[in-house]
Design a protein around this ligand. Structure first.
Ligand code: AFP
Length: 320
């Protein structure tokens, strides 16, 4: 079986990008090792401060962020990083060629209950003769040169696209590397499984309430078929399930805070996941536009997310 290094070497991926992907994924293996120690390492629980999102940081949010930040800033090919856990972008090497945005530990509210979490990353090619600024990062998601995530579950898996389909790799601890286990992932156009946090139902738009009500009505309603529901509370886990067996994932706009376009972050959650889904034959929208077309205005910008089976996304969007 091919490992990640073999797959990258036999692809058209530039060597500099291969290096960035190697540094990122090797750091994720170290994060996986830290997670597996759980309480034994005294690294669960709260870090005692808030991030720029106003969210309580977990110790492992900070630990995983610092591991990725240290490794990437030391990589000559990296021009700058942006992170959910960093207030501002962090310039690395002015003559580097790649910008990388990441959520170091997505789903961190799952850490203390030993449930699924992951690292999500998004990579752009960009050069300049001055140190990178936030404005350099404000590039539509359709310009990403690579996107992926590492899922820390029963097995540690890397899911990656460099613009030519989606491959899945499983970490082999005997080799200390990711091994190609699922090639050219495709997501079915139809589905009978949806993922949404139902406790927010009363805050959704009327259209979204009508759409979800019809899913719940199943055969007794206009959809004429029954649906199942799953909610991992870690986007990385819900997206992985969709890439493996289909489905639709929705974190819609709600009126809890009407000033917010959504909960999920565009640069390091929605964009990389949207690239993966489109590369696997799915769709990813906000309800008003294709996610990968959005012109970012800020690195911590939030968006509504509707992604998964192409025909089911279209059906959801038709409720308008
Ligand atoms: P945390 O990283 O704060 O746990 O948030 C995870 C997340 O950004 C995304 O991964 C989940 O899909 C979503 O939030 C879960 O949100 P709810 O906790 O409102 O269900």
């Amino acid at each position: 079986m091919q490992n990640l290094t073999d797959v990258l070497a036999s692809s058209a991926v530039p060597e500099t990008l291969q290096t960035v992907l190697t540094v990122t994924t090797e750091t994720c293996i170290a994060i996986s090792d830290a997670l597996k120690q759980g309480s034994l390492a005294g690294i669960l629980g709260m870090a005692g401060n808030e991030n720029v999102q106003g969210e309580e940081q977990k110790k492992l949010d900070v630990i995983s962020n610092d591991m990725l930040k240290d490794a990437l800033l030391a990589c000559p090919a990296v021009r700058a990083i942006a992170s959910e856990e960093e207030d501002y972008i962090v310039p690395a090497n002015t003559d580097g060629e790649y910008l990388i945005a990441f959520d170091p530990l997505d789903g961190s509210s799952n850490i203390d209950i030993n449930a699924m979490v992951g690292t999500i990353f998004s990579i752009y090619h960009q050069t300049g003769d001055q140190p990178a600024t936030e404005a350099d990062f404000l590039i539509p998601g359709k310009e990403q040169v690579a996107a992926g995530y590492v899922l820390y579950g029963p097995s540690t898996m890397l899911v990656l696209t460099t613009g030519n389909g989606v491959n899945m790799f499983t970490y082999d601890p005997t080799q200390g590397t990711f091994v190609l286990t699922h090639e050219n992932i495709r997501v079915a156009q139809e589905t009978q499984e949806f993922a949404i946090n139902m406790s927010n139902q009363r805050f959704w738009s009327a259209n979204m309430q009508n759409y979800v009500n019809d899913l719940v009505k199943g055969k007794d309603g206009q959809r004429g078929k029954n649906f199942n529901m799953r909610w991992v509370a870690a986007m990385v886990g819900d997206v992985h399930r969709i890439l493996c067996r289909g489905g639709i994932f929705i974190y819609p706009w709600d009126n809890k805070d009407p000033s917010k376009a959504g909960k999920l972050r565009l640069m390091y959650e929605a964009n990389p996941m949207a690239m993966l889904l489109e590369q696997a034959g799915g769709k990813a929208h906000t309800h008003t536009q294709r996610i990968l077309d959005i012109q970012p205005e800020a690195i911590h910008q939030r968006v509504a997310v509707i992604l998964g089976a192409a025909n089911e996304v279209d059906t959801c969007l038709s409720y308008s």
